[in-house]
Write a protein that binds this ligand. Sequence first.
Ligand SMILES: C[S@@+](CC[C@H](N)C(=O)[O-])C[C@H]1O[C@@H](n2cnc3c(N)ncnc32)[C@H](O)[C@@H]1O
Length: 291
Amino acid sequence: MKVETRLILGDCREKLKEIPDNFIDLIFTSPPYADSRSNTYGGIKPDEYVEWFLPISRELLRVLKPTGTFILNIKEKVVNGERHTYVIELILEMRKQGWLWTEEFIWHKKNSYPGKWPNRFRDAWERLLQFNKQKHFHMYQEEVMVPMGSWAEKRLKNLSHTDLVRDNSRVGSGFGKRVANWIGRNKVYPTNVLHLATETKNRNHSAVFPEDLPEWFIKLFTREGDWVLDPFMGSGTTNRVAQRMGRNSIGIEILPEYFALSQQSLQPVLEIPKQMVLLEEKGSYDAPHSE
Ligand SMILES: C[S@@+](CC[C@H](N)C(=O)[O-])C[C@H]1O[C@@H](n2cnc3c(N)ncnc32)[C@H](O)[C@@H]1O
């Protein structure tokens, strides 16, 4: 199969306009953090973050297919001793723009650096906010099932009465579970917490995320031949993963040195034998923990 990868050098506020309406299946991106790395690539002030981001999210809404998904990797920084509220404000403003805030995933950074602060512990997680254009979007849940851990085997050997009948939610949400349904199965659906190490193979960019992160979302929300977009491409992690998984992609990066890193590792058009796509690398996500 033929996989296309379009790398664009420039400001995504301008370059997104070149993408047609309703073209993209998955947007996966990690924008610059508010101010924190201003010496590296011009951070945006926390108080101005929402105003800066909204014209970009408006374009993202335009280019995303109605069945598509937008995953935004972001974490609010601490300003004057408290967490800044720009992420919360951004969610509210994006909803006014027409986005649905469908879900929030947590990336638990398994190997965050030790440290000590007087009034907080070390930060070991980031948000992955999920936005959609409509309630019904493509989601291939079977693609991210995980092996049942040994905890589950133990749990299923000691079933209580409530496990054998449907255990209705005590908060009256109408949801329930029947643990016995999982006997004899060796895979379960994951939770919305991803346990991944921060380790990366690419040390030339200061804010690279691990390949397992885009890989998991690309599996969950796209099929081969679909289009993935990263408007803040950096070193091209999203595009590299998309390419090896047989997905077409577009990446936009403002800094020439980072753009060059992506160019070095990606070909504009690649012929992938079908069986190579099927043998794609397996991510190292952890099995879910006991409830
Ligand atoms: C957090 S980094 C993304 C790193 C990327 N996920 C990776 O794995 O390499 C954000 C990137 O956005 C780029 N950037 C900042 N403002 C931009 C803009 N207006 N348009 C396009 N890229 C921009 C920065 O230069 C930086 O490389």
